[in-house]
Ligand binder design. Structure first.
Ligand code: GDP
Ligand code: MG
Length: 215
């Protein structure tokens, strides 16, 4: 019975996600659902990305958090369209939450829309929101075994960004094992190593974004 209820919830969510997606396609905006554990660097990555691409492209952001508008306030300085969703006790964003704020964004004007999901390695991966790609961050302080322990997010993502590589000398993180573990779960996964602190590797991420733009 429990399984049936969960299936119904996911099916209803997928239906709304498809509606969102068709709106995004119609507006020709590339939508990326950014997921990771809390503190991996999602907001920092957005700040860095917007600083680098903001002159070339029009970018919007949806910030998802359980509580507070802190991430949206961090991003406000960048003067881009931004909407905050507080999920209260819910540990992920879902398609209806995104649908509820779409009208607050100038979709037709945007090239990219980034959705920062709630920091959590489990639930966000279960709910489509209408995105074109799921992008996940794994920072080197979290350990190279995470793809095996939390496989769904790695399986669902198109890209894995391995962030905080500036901290590698201070950790026992094995880049080789992390990549092998992730590819064991998802052989198609694009993997980009970077540091939002030093900007090392950032250009590969920016190239990936440019390459996936909807023309
Ligand atoms: N050393 C280092 N710190 C980083 C990097 N990226 C983010 N951080 C720091 O990690 C902390 C959490 O970052 P934040 O962007 O808030 O993570 P979020 O919870 O995933 O949005 C902040 O103190 C950031 O300054 C990085 O590449 N290297
Ligand atoms: Mg954040």
């Amino acid at each position: 019975m429990k399984i049936k209820v969960l299936e119904d919830i996911l099916e209803a969510n997928d239906h709304i996600a498809l509606q969102n997606r068709s709106l995004f396609d119609k507006s020709r905006v590339l939508v990326l659902n950014l997921m990771s554990a809390p503190g991996s660097g999602k907001t920092t990555l957005l700040e860095t990305t917007i600083k680098s691409l903001g002159k070339e492209y029009k970018i919007g952001v949806i910030e998802g958090d359980i509580e507070t508008t802190r991430d949206a306030e961090r991003m406000e300085k960048l003067e881009i369209p931004i909407v905050q969703i507080n999920t209260k006790s819910v540990c992920h964003l879902d398609a209806s939450m995104i649908k509820g704020v779409i009208d607050d964004l100038p979709l037709e004007e945007l090239d990219f829309l980034f959705i920062e999901n709630v920091g959590n390695l489990v639930c966000p991966a279960e709910f489509k929101v209408g995105e074109h790609h799921k992008v996940m961050l794994l920072s080197v302080t979290e350990g190279d075994d995470k793809p095996l322990k939390y496989p769904l997010m790695f399986r669902e993502s198109s890209v894995m960004l391995i962030n905080k590589i500036d901290l590698l000398p201070y950790t026992d993180f094995s880049m080789e094992s992390a990549k092998a573990n992730a590819r064991q779960i998802n052989p198609q996964l694009e993997i980009i190593e970077l540091s939002c602190r030093t900007d090392e590797g950032l250009s590969r991420w920016l190239d990936w974004l440019r390459g996936n733009l909807i023309s």
